[in-house]
Structure formats: structure tokens, C-alpha cells
Design a protein around this ligand. Structure first.
Ligand SMILES: C[S@@+](CC[C@H](N)C(=O)[O-])C[C@H]1O[C@@H](n2cnc3c(N)ncnc32)[C@H](O)[C@@H]1O
Length: 373
């Protein structure tokens, strides 16, 4: 697949919407360069390194600490039972967006048509500015999150849009860690929780995971970004397979990209609702061996739902790899607050895997059940 970058769409958006800041356009770093743009320059080196990322020193912006968030910082110590979805009564919930499973479109060409594909080391993804631009033009249908994000000058609108239209920098930290530590996915059931672009799940797919589920709050993100990304990477993965290799058996008429895609399921919706949906799904559901999650603990008012989701969906010997900034200014969450929350609940234990100390620290942690062997 050709390497393509389309800077025209980015500049088109900037020209059409001159009053809006970089953040509103999903450009995460300070100045005019996005994390992704900086990655393009690093691409030739062919391997992830968190040190190479152009990392934002900027706090999350545009979000006032609401009364809702402040209220949710009072936690109760009740034990979470892993098989029940019990909402914390003290928690004031953001809109409980109903969860749904998304069908995988049959015509993969249609899904990626009019989308520009960019290449990162070992990965491809659709150009996000292009998707935002196209969504703006069709803003009369669906969730309309792009125009809401633009008009509110925010990458996060509680209960409306939760940030999945861009790739956040801790994703790159976790990608680097998974590669460096050669974390094994073969035969595993994996969830990319709060997936956005879904690059973590794509790496699990490439690592021959048995089953990969992708969840994002917003259905627009799943339809316009996650599914296309999984599709382009599945197709690309299959191009790399030498079918003439002796001994490589393949069913006649089988479509290898389709086979890879059939390992994937896609969900949108709020975390409590998502957990309920998969646990009650008619399709067989086995708990996840690995949950990958990046930049999902910024808002303390979601901690109860997040914790409950991990507790109800993680296999008893499973592990969660979580990447987060140490602190999210404005929203109030962060690693230390979340660790404190976990300690108080007494269900999981956490271990710090890596601290990336460049300005605002970013931290990778592993979460396992306390009783895991
Ligand atoms: C800041 S984005 C990070 C996206 C992606 N993981 C990354 O690192 O690029 C946070 C993600 O968590 C998910 N999320 C946040 N709060 C949620 C909630 N209460 N229920 C369901 N999903 C939520 C959103 O879907 C969103 O994609």
C-alpha cells in the first residue's frame, strides 16, 4: 500500500476555520506540529521509541473542574464484585450513552474510499484531519461531534465527545513499550478500551491475538476511524504474507483480510453500558486476557465505571496495560488519583512499568487482580 500524506486537508481545515486553535483541530502538541506530524519525520527509523515522540508539555485544555467532577472525588470503599455491573450510587454519571455493537461493513473498499492512509512504523491509519473534515461536511447526520468539538474549542465534551478523533500521545508510549518488551498477544483475547484510532488493538491483531474487541464512547469514531484503521492494517498484513511459501495452506477462495477482521468486534457507548452489552451478548463472551488502554483516566467522575468495567471483563489472570499522563490539569484525573482509587477499592493491584519524565510525566502501569496467581 502506498505511503501517503495529505497535508492539503489539514491546511484546508485550518484555512476554513481560522478562528479555532490547534487543539480544536486535534493538534496536540504545542506550536503548529501535531504528535502525528512529528511521527512522520521519525517514521523512517522503523521502530517505536517513546523518546522519539514529539510530546506535548501542554495540559489538557478547555475543561473547567466542574461541580460534578469535584463531587465524584469523594469515593466509597465498597468492594466491586467482578461479575456484577453495579453503578456507584455516589457517582454522578455523565450521560450513559447506550452501547451498541457495530457491524463490520462488507465492502472494505467503500469504507476507506476518500480516506487518506498514513503510515507509522508497523502501522497504518487514516488521516484524522481528513475524517474530521468529511464529518463536518456531513454534520447533519450522526453524532455531530466534530462541529461540537470545534465550536466548544475542546477535545473533550463530557458525555458527548470523549476525544477519540485524535491519537493521544500515551498511545505511542504504550506502543513502544509493547514492542520493546515483546508483549505476546498470540492466542489471547484482547480489548482496546477507549480505543479511538484503535492502534493498540491493531498491534494485538498483528501479534496474532485470538480475538480483539475495540470500544469507544462515540459511534462516529468507531465507524469513521477505528474500523477503517483495522481494515487497512488487515489488508496490509495480508499483503505481507507470501502465499507461495511452501507449506502455507490457505482455504481456497478464503479472504485473508476478512479472516483477520472476523477476529474483531467493535463497540461504542459508555463503559457501564458496554460491559452490560458484552456480558449479555448472544455471542459467546470470554473475559479478556489483556486490556490495553491509553489516556482514559483523565476524568475522576468516570473512575467507578472504568474500574467496574475492568473488574467485570478482565480474566482472573488477565492484565491491563494502562498509559496515562501523571495529571490532567483542568479535568483533575491522573495516575496517582486513579491508583488511590484502585487501592481504596481493594480489587486490583498496580505496578508502574515505566515513567516517561519529559515535562508533564507520562506513566505506564500494569493492573492485575490482587488474587491473580
Ligand atoms: C482521550 S481519548 C483516548 C483515545 C485513545 N485511547 C488514544 O490514546 O489516542 C479517551 C477515550 O476513552 C473513551 N472514554 C472516555 N470516557 C468514557 C466513558 N465514560 N465511557 C466510554 N468510553 C469512554 C473515549 O471513547 C475516548 O476514545
Amino acid at each position: 500500500m502506498a505511503f501517503q500524506f495529505n497535508f492539503t486537508i489539514d491546511s484546508l481545515i485550518e484555512n476554513e476555520l481560522p478562528a479555532l486553535g490547534d487543539e480544536a483541530l486535534g493538534l496536540e502538541s504545542s506550536g503548529k506540529t501535531s504528535v502525528l506530524e512529528s511521527q512522520k519525520g521519525k517514521m523512517k527509523e522503523g521502530k517505536w521509541s517513546s523518546k522519539e515522540c514529539d510530546l506535548s508539555k501542554e495540559p489538557l485544555w478547555g475543561c473547567e473542574l466542574s461541580a460534578e467532577v469535584k463531587a465524584s472525588q469523594v469515593y466509597d470503599n465498597s468492594l466491586v464484585k467482578s461479575d456484577e455491573i453495579v453503578k456507584d450510587p455516589k457517582e454522578k454519571q455523565p450521560g450513559l450513552k447506550v452501547a451498541k455493537e457495530h457491524d463490520i461493513p462488507e465492502d472494505s473498499k467503500k469504507v476507506v474510499e476518500n480516506k487518506v492512509v498514513e503510515v507509522l512504523p508497523d502501522l497504518q491509519h487514516v488521516n484524522l484531519s481528513g475524517v474530521r473534515m468529511a464529518s463536518l461536511k456531513n454534520s447533519s447526520c450522526g453524532e455531530d461531534i466534530v462541529s461540537q468539538s470545534l465550536s466548544s474549542h475542546s477535545d473533550l465534551i463530557t458525555g458527548v465527545y470523549e476525544g477519540g478523533l485524535k491519537i493521544w500521545e500515551c498511545t505511542f508510549d504504550l506502543l513502544a513499550y509493547l514492542a520493546d518488551e515483546e508483549v505476546q498477544f498470540a492466542g489471547k483475547r484482547v480489548l482496546d478500551l477507549g480505543c479511538g484510532a484503535g492502534l493498540l488493538g491493531v498491534i494485538a491483531l498483528k501479534g496474532k491475538a485470538k480475538e480483539i474487541h475495540f470500544q469507544d464512547y462515540n459511534s462516529t469514531v468507531i465507524d469513521e476511524i477505528t474500523i477503517p484503521n483495522v481494515m487497512v492494517n488487515s489488508a496490509c498484513e495480508c499483503e505481507d504474507v507470501d502465499v507461495s511459501e511452501p507449506g502455507l495452506k490457505r482455504r481456497r477462495n478464503s479472504n485473508p483480510a476478512q479472516e483477520l477482521l472476523s477476529k474483531c468486534r467493535f463497540f461504542s457507548g459508555e463503559w457501564y453500558e458496554f460491559s452490560k452489552l458484552v456480558l449479555s451478548s448472544k455471542k459467546t463472551f470470554a473475559k479478556y486476557d489483556i486490556i490495553l488502554t491509553s489516556e482514559t483516566i483523565y476524568n475522576p467522575s468516570y473512575y467507578s465505571a472504568f474500574h467496574q468495567t475492568l473488574a467485570s471483563l478482565l480474566d482472573e489472570n488477565g492484565q491491563v496495560f494502562l498509559a496515562s499522563k501523571a495529571h490532567y490539569f483542568g479535568v483533575g484525573g491522573g495516575v496517582h488519583l486513579f491508583q488511590k482509587f484502585i487501592e481504596e477499592r481493594n480489587v486490583f493491584e498496580t505496578r508502574i512499568l515505566k515513567i516517561i519524565d519529559e515535562g508533564l510525566s507520562r506513566i505506564l502501569i500494569k493492573i492485575t487482580f490482587k488474587h491473580a496467581h
